[in-house]
Design a protein around this ligand. Structure first.
Ligand code: EPU
Length: 348
């Protein structure tokens, strides 16, 4: 073993997932340096063992243990790679906390991540599910993703155009057995317009008494809105939105809107579909604030499932399936989970 990684047998993962459910890994590797991959994948247990890659554990649900090895990137350096006056290129390693990167860039007058303030998780997870909030998605800033490619056994630089980013989706999510994200390079134009159109942000700035907001003040407003609307995973176990907002045909959206004119709905990348508010659909079934044992739905937000203490992942999964079935029954709309489910199939 070298200092490029450390290994632990029979490791508890309870402190490594934001739902804080119990789970174990037969072998856990913490990777401190990119050189660690080549060394680690010489071990047959990793090469043949289909390792699970854990980031901040904020976008997965352990409904059971992971049968193979688990790997986590600890490297967390953030630095400016180049600055041409008009824009700066920042490289952040996967283990850095996402919100630390947001603060780091804004403190250096590099705008762009302010709407993504306070999203739990690590930098490495950000491109995998193309994190987004308040009208901004991370794909807008990503220039290159550096990832270990298990197919060739080397680090590859994947330019943003080849990342296949979509709504909470990317190539790295779809091909999760192939890629291990090690670092992300972001391009920050020095001048960037503020995005304030998402409901709640302007109101919050007004409450703060701000008329001409700076990017840092927008981050502050976003943080306040998030704190008021979403439960803090360090106080109450959760993984943010448990479901994606469902995308349905325009015809189905129109039918639903004729019956439910207040159903929030949004444009997608094309003309033939609409995105519906999953929170609204769930709330209609009376799920907000509901609790079955220690598995529950947040009182603050119907999209967020929570662990009130000692819920098992399987109980949270069962609650999620019950919610999805109820929404299907009421509205004929299929909900899909946003986090990755480990140790069970979704199968609602
Ligand atoms: N709503 C309800 N009940 C609720 C909460 C919301 O009916 O309990 C309705 C309201 O009418 C509201 C609408 O749903 O206007 C939308 O709610 P919100 O603004 O909270 O946004 P969202 O669509 O529910 C998405 C993301 C969040 C992100 C927010 C803000 C997804 C799956 N979720 O939620 O992302 O923070 O927008 O941009 O796209 C996450 O991905 O983990 C996450 C928290």
């Amino acid at each position: 073993m070298t200092d490029a990684f450390t290994l632990l047998d029979d490791a508890s993962l309870e402190g490594r997932n934001t739902f804080r459910v119990a789970a174990r890994a037969a072998l856990l590797a913490d990777v401190n340096h990119a050189d660690g991959f080549a060394e680690l994948f010489r071990y047959p247990v990793f090469e043949a063992g289909n390792p699970l890659v854990l980031g901040g554990g904020s976008n997965l649900l352990f409904a059971g243990d992971w049968p193979g090895p688990v790997l986590s990137i600890r490297a967390h350096e953030i630095r400016i790679v180049e600055d041409d006056g008009d824009s700066a290129l920042v490289r952040a390693e996967a283990g850095a906390e996402w919100n630390d990167l947001v603060g780091w860039t804004l403190a250096r007058n590099l705008p762009g991540l302010e709407n993504l303030a306070l999203i739990p998780g690590t930098v490495g997870a950000a491109p995998i599910q193309n994190i987004g909030a308040y009208g901004v998605e991370v794909r807008e800033l990503v220039e290159t993703v550096e990832a270990w490619d298990r197919d060739v056994g080397a680090i590859k630089r994947v330019p943003a155009v080849d990342c296949d980013f979509g709504y909470r989706d990317s190539r790295f999510k779809r091909e999760h057995d192939r890629w291990i994200v090690f670092a992300v390079e972001f391009r920050f134009p020095k001048q960037r317009e503020l995005r304030l159109d998402y409901a709640g942000i302007r109101d919050e700035l007004q409450r703060m008494g701000v008329e001409q907001p700076t990017h840092r003040q927008v981050a502050e407003a976003v943080s306040r809105v998030r704190t008021a609307k979403l439960p803090n995973p360090s106080l109450l176990g959760n993984a943010g939105s448990f479901f994606k907002n469902p995308v349905v045909s325009r015809a189905q959206a129109n039918d639903l809107l004729a019956k439910h004119p207040d159903l929030p709905n949004y444009a997608t990348d094309d003309d033939i579909t609409r995105k519906l508010s999953a929170a609204w659909l769930i709330e209609r079934g009376g799920w907000r604030g509901k609790r079955i044992g220690d598995a529950g739905v947040s009182e603050q937000h119907a999209l967020v499932l929570v662990n009130h203490g000692r819920a098992h992942g399987a109980q949270i999964l069962q609650l999620a399936r019950d919610i999805a079935r109820d929404v299907r029954h009421r509205f004929d709309v299929e909900l899909e989970p946003e986090p990755r489910i480990i140790g069970a199939d979704w199968n609602p």
